[in-house]
Ligand binder design. Structure first.
Ligand SMILES: Cc1cc2nc3c(=O)[nH]c(=O)nc-3n(C[C@H](O)[C@H](O)[C@H](O)COP(=O)(O)O)c2cc1C
Length: 361
């Protein structure tokens, strides 16, 4: 039987050889100045047989950063560093999109320019602790963005999108998932604004739509994707009516005719549903969204094939399996055993647990 996952697919302006996607994976291994380096290029090139690679989240500005040693896309040095990555992936025939990131409140003054407070839609602290250069530290209460500052945020996305184009990427993904800035605006436990960016779902979705419009203006719509996590509770996220909130946002995204919508599935550990809210998977969004859907979260080869065969998704992104299996596509094709990822080397460090997982013999 042929595997639906290993068949070719059209994604925006590209035709991809298979439907396997490298999920965006933060690995905290950038060089000084938050600049991607040769080691990162090796990592991505090792995984170039994926139909599509999506990079780790990359901060669009110094303010958009929330973890140690994550790469940026706002300086000329960072653009040059990313060029190593795009050249290496293209040299092996792959396609790679950059994930654009602003963390909002998921940061810490020690990671912010001049020790400033992180910014957010409203001055509400997340539960838990921030990852800093001196270990875990309690989250602080962020500063609510002034209405006049919001156009500057959109402008940061636009400049970052231009930089990604210059760095030779094939497209960009707007990170609207997992409790970072755009998700903080969308959901009502983090957005209690009373201006045109808060209150109604139209207002809460406004920043996501403005950012999408700016990025599409730079890239054209068929090279832009958006990632959302409608059932995620990671980073203290909650919405009092997630079906309405995300149903509206997804419906609105139709008007951009994007390359894809990337949905994080409900069942991922740490991303699972709050108890009084329904799980919203790609089956919920399929009738609402007119375009290509990538689903991610806890998939195996079998469940990924089933997701595509069901018609509820077009491509499947793999995170943890891809950390440990650079030749994941070849292993799937051969029905070969998979390496097990080592959590201890997920975040930070060097080649160990990053570029040294073996390929099949
Ligand atoms: C180490 C690690 C880093 C991650 N970094 C990101 C990221 O930068 N951006 C993002 O959207 N999701 C990120 N995620 C979530 C993954 O993209 C993916 O949705 C999640 O791991 C579930 O898929 P899996 O079960 O195949 O691992 C990360 C997950 C892990 C384990």
């Amino acid at each position: 039987m042929t595997s639906p996952l290993l068949t070719s697919v059209k994604l925006g302006r590209y035709t991809l050889p298979n439907r396997v996607v490298l999920a965006p994976l933060t690995r905290n291994r950038a060089a000084a100045g938050y600049v991607p380096r040769e080691l990162n290029a090796i990592h991505y090139a090792q995984r170039a047989s994926a139909g599509l690679l999506i990079t780790e989240a990359s901060q669009i500005s110094p303010q958009g950063m929330g973890y140690p040693n994550t790469p940026g896309i706002y300086t000329p040095e960072q653009v040059q560093g990313w060029r190593l990555v795009t050249d290496a992936v293209h040299g092996k025939g792959g396609k790679i999109f950059l994930q654009l990131w602003h963390v909002g409140r998921i940061s810490h003054p020690s990671l912010q320019p001049d020790g400033a407070l992180p910014v957010a839609p409203s001055a509400i602290a997340p539960a838990g602790e921030a990852s800093t250069y001196t270990g875990m530290q309690p989250f602080v209460t962020p500063r609510a963005l002034e209405l006049e500052e919001i156009p500057q945020i959109v402008a940061q996305y636009r400049i970052a999108a231009q930089n990604a184009l210059e760095a030779g990427f094939d497209g960009v993904e707007i990170h609207g998932a997992n409790g970072y800035l755009l998700d903080q605006f969308l959901q009502d436990n983090t957005n209690q604004r009373t201006d045109s960016y808060g209150g109604s779902v139209e207002n809460r979705a406004r920043l996501l739509m403005e950012v999408t419009a700016a990025v599409v203006d730079v890239w054209e719509s068929d090279r832009v994707g958006v990632r959302l996590s409608p059932s995620g509770t990671f980073n203290s996220m909650y919405d009092s009516n997630r079906a309405v909130t995300f149903g509206y946002a997804v419906k609105e995204l139709n008007r951009f005719n994007l390359a894809y919508l990337h949905l994080v599935a409900p069942r991922v550990a740490g991303f699972e549903s709050a108890e009084d809210q329904p799980d919203l998977g790609s089956d919920f969004f399929r009738p609402i969204y007119d375009g290509t859907i990538i689903t991610a979260g806890g998939y195996s080869f079998e469940s990924a094939n089933a997701a595509i065969a069901s018609g509820n998704a077009d491509l499947v992104a793999f995170g943890r399996l891809y950390i440990a299996n650079p030749d994941l596509v070849e292993r799937f094709a051969a029905n070969a055993p998979l390496n097990t990822p080592d959590r201890n080397t997920f975040y930070g460090g060097d080649a160990e647990g990053y570029t040294d997982y073996p390929t099949m013999q």
